[in-house]
Design a protein around this ligand. Structure first.
Ligand code: PLP
Length: 392
């Protein structure tokens, strides 16, 4: 179906794989054996694309920003994933996974969430498909992304607080995996990014690849050329970046830039810049880079943005980075806040704090006037008003 694939065991080079406790083998193997056949079937594709079009609101616009283009002296386009139903790219994946879960005969859904966007997108898909839904979310994230907690509850989901570790995304993921071990047969775990054991990184990449597919035909329509010079996207686990990169990975004319969260700065110990500081290891079922101590203990990450506050990165991004097919850079909390305020005032678009990291990187680039730049606007900022208010 698509060209950028791991090997049969889920490895991108040396990264990826499926390092799971024995109790999870049946679930993970069931997915590994069935996902490609199910999602490439005609009936799945028809149902998936009908929902993406009529329920999610795809294709999302590729908006040419005159103001940013003038400011940065380049041709700047914003891929408006913020205009998806529920306000972020996350729903592309949850619609795909819920259709898969139905076909596997599952009755219950569990998921982790950081910013709450994946939790809301999962709760939405569950409401649509009449599935029971339980979302794990770190205590700190419950406080800083309050509007999304209430949305999940309104949609009928149970939100369970994760109170261990840094009480953020990593800890919510640990709890979701634990819950899956306890309910192996009737439950599907909808992972929200290109992380986790094989086949999740590949499966989520395929569902999100609709983003770059649309960029291709939208650029063709607008500028008679189907690729940009640059794609810039923020990276937590890496799903919006992978979706925006996917169809350009083998195009040497396109530079792929993944922006991770530096938090207070990569020289401080309050950061989530995994590629900048991480070493190889295993987290949540796959081999990748992660921020850890000399003896392999995970260092609690920090980012002002709940969705980027994660000590690992999807294995495909680790591979793209090591093979120099992408550049991974970082942006601090303060730079992200500034970029969010700039876009709000200059374009009338309030971006998510995660997305603001990608926007902030525009300031660090030197473009030529004709360069075509696509920034993936992964989500809208309503959920971040509590944080933005502090800087008004
Ligand atoms: C709007 C938005 N952008 C980006 C992310 C980061 O996730 P990923 O790297 O998987 O795209 C999140 C995560 O919650 C998000 O809500």
């Amino acid at each position: 179906m698509e060209q950028f694939k791991p090997d049969v065991n889920g490895f991108y080079g040396e990264f990826g794989g499926a390092f799971v406790p024995e109790m999870l083998y049946p679930n993970v193997q069931e997915l590994q054996h069935n996902y490609l056949e199910i999602i490439s079937s005609k009936s799945f594709q028809e149902e998936f694309h009908a929902l993406l079009n009529d329920y999610v609101g795809r294709p999302t616009p590729l908006y040419f920003s005159k103001n940013l283009s003038a400011q940065f002296n380049a041709q700047i386009y914003l891929k408006r994933e913020d205009l998806c139903h529920t306000g972020a790219h996350k729903i592309n994946n949850t619609i795909g996974q819920i259709l898969l879960a139905k076909r596997l005969g599952k009755q219950k859904i569990i998921a982790e969430t950081g910013a709450g966007q994946h939790g809301v997108a999962t709760a939405t898909a569950c409401a649509l498909m009449n599935m029971e839904c339980c979302i794990y979310m770190g205590d700190i994230d419950i406080a800083r992304q309050q509007p999304n907690v209430e949305r999940m509850q309104l949609l009928g989901a149970t939100v369970v607080a994760s109170t261990s570790g840094s009480k953020t995304l990593k800890d919510a993921t640990n709890d979701a995996i634990r819950a899956w071990i306890n309910n192996p047969t009737d439950t599907h775990y909808i992972i929200g990014s290109v992380v986790g054991p094989h086949p999740y990184p590949d499966m989520v990449s395929i569902f999100q690849s609709v983003i770059s597919k649309e960029i291709q035909f939208q650029l063709q329509e607008k500028i008679n050329r189907n690729y940009p010079d640059y794609v810039i996207a923020c990276v937590g686990g890496g799903s919006n970046a992978m979706g925006a990169f996917y169809h350009f990975i083998d195009n040497k004319k396109t530079t792929l830039i993944a922006v991770e969260a530096a938090g207070n700065g990569i020289q401080t110990n309050k950061t989530a810049a995994t590629i900048a500081l991480g070493k190889k290891g295993i987290i949540h079922g796959s081999k990748t880079y992660l921020i850890q101590t000399e003896d392999g203990q995970i260092i609690e990450p920090h980012s002002i943005s709940a969705g980027l506050d994660y000590p690992g990165i999807g294995p495909a991004h680790a591979y793209l980075h090591d093979s120099t097919k992408s550049s991974v850079v970082s942006i601090t909390d303060d730079e992200a806040i500034q970029a969010a305020f700039d876009l709000s005032k200059k374009e009338g678009i309030i971006p998510a704090l995660e997305t603001a990291h990608a926007l902030a990187y525009l300031h660090k680039m030197q473009f030529k006037k004709d360069d075509v730049v696509v920034v993936n606007l992964s989500g809208r900022g309503d959920k971040d008003m509590l944080t933005y208010k502090k800087y008004l």
